[in-house]
Ligand binder design. Sequence first.
Ligand SMILES: [Zn+2]
Length: 343
Amino acid sequence: MPIATPEIYRKMLDSAQQGGYAFPAINVTSSETINAALKGFADSKSDGIIQISTGGGEFGSGLAVKDMAFGAIALAEFCHRVAEKYPVYVALHTDHCPPGKVDKFMLPLIQETARRRKAGLGNLFQSHMFDGSELPLAQNIAKSIELMKLCKENDIILEVEIGVVGGEEDGVDNSATDHAKLYTSPQDMIEVYKALSPIGGRYMLAATFGNVHGIYKPGNVVLKPKILKEGQDEVVKKFGPKAYFDLVFHGGSGSDLKDIHETLEYGVVKMNIDTDTQYAFTESIVAHVDANRKVLTHTATDVADKKKFDPRSYLKKSEENMAKRVAQGCKDLKAEGKTVFKG
Ligand SMILES: [Zn+2]
């Protein structure tokens, strides 16, 4: 199917919220990882979200260009074309954009969508994340309001973050963050609702409950999903059921299934998976190299085996293995078989 329109994306999110499931949001950096994500969603008959980070966009533009917005546009355009061949809906999203990168990442991407809309084309991205968690809450909210207005004009959903997701991702290292910031308070959620709901657009909230990016030894991360419930309860008590948030779970890789399922009860509709799909992709390359090491390098007497060093020979395996991990994500988030696409 073509990439989800804003209307279909809202329908996807409503369906997840009402149906007690969530979408895996898979980070991509290349055509292979895009194909893997699409295959994983389609194999699961699940809709999904494909997302690009600032670093992913820069990588996607090539070493000689290194332009994060340009690369994100190119990857998104590739995605728009190939997604047509799959019988599920996929929305395109951009991951963490800190305040210092808004001008060179989010704004050019919103402008590109505005340009497309003028030309009668669909939105390039359906949602963007602004991550103002490094700012004091009042400044984070002020900037979120400004961006929310811009997104609303273009029928784009904005994801905002309060609290801090621990760990390290894409060069942003929060491993030394003040412990209290790893848990969003109900008061923080009330502030966000008060500030953003009058604008009238749609938004998602990355509230934090001890979640971290990256990979940890078992037992090192203590998730407290109840934090999300407490926040939602307070907000609904104060403003009514319409205030119930669409929540985003960052750092989904390596989380316990029990914790994941608990968050689905508290309004999580999107869970980001990056570390585990990166690992799945590379795991296949490692196996390929291990199994074929002797024929992958020219020697003084022999030439290497072209069938084994052709990048497609191992990238196909990577695509397959990453697609399996994506499908696992759909299952874990109870999204399997839930596509809203009627073929
Ligand atoms: Zn994240």
